[in-house]
Design a protein around this ligand. Structure first.
Ligand code: FAD
Ligand code: UDP
Length: 370
């Protein structure tokens, strides 16, 4: 008899498996319908021997010391600060928009304080910031919004920024200095030997049994367990009873090139040209040395594996219906990006899973994670 059946071996499921086994001494069966662990963070060496991320570029960053220290139990790190350029008006300029972005695009020579005044002049007043359009035009004005955000967002989400919650474009800051790092967080690093190796170490515990290529529906009735932790899409768990929750998907196109480098930074965004949103080059992320280079193009799709919850009011209302069902489902905990329908980064999922473990350890009754 297992204490827990955990559905999904991504961050949410694997952190819980590790904590329940190591700290709480529980017996855990963790299954995944995919042929590998690590969920969307899975990385693997391709035919050329280059470490690639099968589900798109994953860069670790967090402000949480607790999360960083927890993951440090399973991996050493490599310092890495992600940098992104955007192809705009025939130039490659830094994103997030910063002092150099504006000076280069407009052939100016502003200082930081002058850029603040410049932004104030071009920004549109907006009393209540509700949408992803409001966030950007109220800071940098409509022209930069159109150059950097409107086309990218329409391509990525098939929605206009005015139809998406503010939280989506608010992920990308605006700067008046020359800082060209993509993230602001105090911890920015990559697992030295990759994510998959880190997950292998998390799950290497005598109390944890891993079953791959296994949809939980095939085993849930036959394998005795006391409770379940579910990290798949919440609407699928309830057989789409209230209708499908929108998730956005991507198609990844990988290429290995017979040259040492393709681009000068980890990612180049294409807000207005091409059908793909961005190209990422893995050697920047991994630090690997190799005569060739592997890159991935991301093509947004409506159908396919569910990767992104779509943050907007009507979807949140539908999710709330599923959340009520989840809360009322005794013996099942819902946790992770798909099961709680939240546009969470890896560190936020780790934090959510650690919180759920704490609740379980404290003997709280089963319910979906906050
Ligand atoms: P997942 O990793 O999706 O794991 C859920 C698992 O459940 C999957 O492996 C799935 O196969 C399994 N499953 C589902 N249904 C069933 C079933 N019926 N039976 C058995 N198994 C099932 N975050 C960052 O912090 N930095 C980044 O740079 C970053 N980049 C990203 C880029 C892309 C393109 C995407 C899509 C996401 C990115 N993220 C990034 C977010 C990150 O991937 C997630 O926060 C994290 O992987 C979520 O972990 P999870 O365990 O909740 O879900
Ligand atoms: N975004 C944009 N232009 C950019 C970068 C981001 O319009 O150059 C918007 C877009 O809507 C995107 C969102 O900001 O989906 C969040 O960007 P992020 O890079 O965090 O996306 P993720 O890495 O999660 O795909």
């Amino acid at each position: 008899m297992y204490d827990y059946l955990i559905v999904g071996a991504g961050f949410a499921g694997s952190v819980l498996a590790e904590r329940l086994a190591t700290i709480s001494g529980r017996k855990v069966l963790i299954c995944d319908k995919r042929p590998h662990i690590a969920g969307n963070a899975y990385d693997v060496h391709d035919a050329a021997g280059l470490l690639i991320h099968q589900y798109g570029p994953h860069i670790f960053h967090t402000n949480s010391r607790e999360v960083f220290e927890y993951l440090s139990l399973f991996t050493p790190w490599r310092r890495y600060e992600h940098r992104v350029l955007a192809s705009v008006d025939g130039q490659l300029v830094p994103v997030p928009i910063n002092l150099d972005t504006v000076n280069r695009l407009y052939n100016l020579n502003l200082r930081s304080d002058e850029l603040e005044a410049w932004f104030e002049k071009v920004a549109e007043k907006c009393e209540h910031i509700r949408t992803s359009e409001d966030v950007v035009v109220s800071k940098v004005g409509r022209e930069l919004y159109e150059k950097f955000f409107r086309g990218y967002t329409r391509k990525q989400w098939d929605l206009d920024p005015s139809e998406l919650d503010a939280s989506v474009t608010a992920r990308v800051p605006t700067r008046t200095n020359r800082d060209d790092r993509y993230f602001n967080d105090s911890y920015q690093a990559m697992p030295l030997h990759g994510y998959t190796r880190m997950f292998e170490r998390m799950l290497a515990h005598p109390n944890i049994h891993v079953m791959l290529n296994t949809d939980y529906r095939e085993i849930v009735k036959f394998i005795p367990h006391k409770e379940m932790i579910y990290t798949g899409p919440v609407d699928a768990y309830f057989d789409y009873r209230f209708g499908k929750l929108p998730y956005r998907s991507l198609e990844f196109k990988f290429e290995t090139l017979d040259q040492e480098w393709l681009q000068s930074v980890g990612t180049v965004n294409y807000p207005n040209d091409n059908l793909y949103t961005r190209i990422s080059e893995f050697k920047h992320l991994s630090g690997q040395r190799h005569a060739r280079t592997s890159v991935v193009y991301e093509y947004p799709r409506a159908e396919g594996d569910p990767y992104y919850p779509v943050p907007r009011a009507e979807n949140q209302a539908l999710y709330k219906q599923y959340q009520s069902l989840a809360d009322a489902t005794a013996g099942v905990h819902f946790v992770g990006r798909l099961a709680t329908y939240k546009y969470y980064n890896m560190d936020q999922v780790v934090a959510q899973a650690l919180t759920l473990h704490q609740k379980i350890a404290n003997g709280a009754p089963p319910r979906s994670a906050e």
